[in-house]
Write a new protein. Sequence first.
Length: 222
Amino acid sequence: SIKEPLRVMISGAPASGKGTQCELIVQKFGLVHISTGDLLRTEVSSGTEIGNKAKEFMNAGRLVPDEIVTAMVTARLSREDAKERGWLLDGYPRSFAQAQSLEKLKIRPDIYIVLDVPDEILIDRCVGRRLDPMTGKIYHLKNYPPETEEIKERLVTRPDDTEEKVKSRLELYKRNAEAISSTYSNIMNRTDGNRTKEAVFKEIESLLSQVQKDEKKPSEYG
Ligand code: AP5
């Protein structure tokens, strides 16, 4: 049977769990994960021209200029693997202008997932977050501690994960959220992100399976 590749957007405040859910979604659905935050952090650590431009904005918790990010995302979306396996866009669009850029290119997701988490929990999640530079895996000192001492020793923190910077990232997110969701209101699904990652994933998994099933209906091919 012909299965249309899924196109998914995931959104939510800083530390709402987007990256964590994306790991689980990729394992189950095999989509190509495109995280603008991860792409930008790779550019920064490789010291590229893009990375050098992006660094100051990221470290200050501000948005990197649209032209840089939009070019990066559209290039990645147009690659063959994303077309064949489907994609999972994480951290983009982050402003009304970015949403409009995708609309102009007729790039639309099948579903727009928003993770809802209360502010005070977001701050604790950022401050306790640690990344494994070897695997890219996301940990939390209390909630999801590393499996071994060896992993623990190599974990790193993000420069934008201080309490002060998280607060300004959160404000920025709130200012933009409504304008972006207006573009996708007909395919938007709000999910309670303040549960264990397994519980959140269970709901997302069933949403995505439903979308996949619906797409196989002959009437939808019209
Ligand atoms: P980006 O990397 O996208 O940062 P963000 O949106 O702030 O999101 P985070 O990565 O902080 O959090 P997350 O939701 O992925 O949460 P996670 O799963 O890690 O962007 C960084 C910067 O890049 C931006 O500030 C900007 O400068 C720039 N940028 C990116 N995209 C851009 C764009 N489109 N335009 C312009 N600039 C752009 O989880 C967080 C923590 O909580 C972890 O420790 C995790 O273990 C824990 N956790 C996760 N789920 C749970 C759970 N269910 N219960 C308990 N703990 C949990």
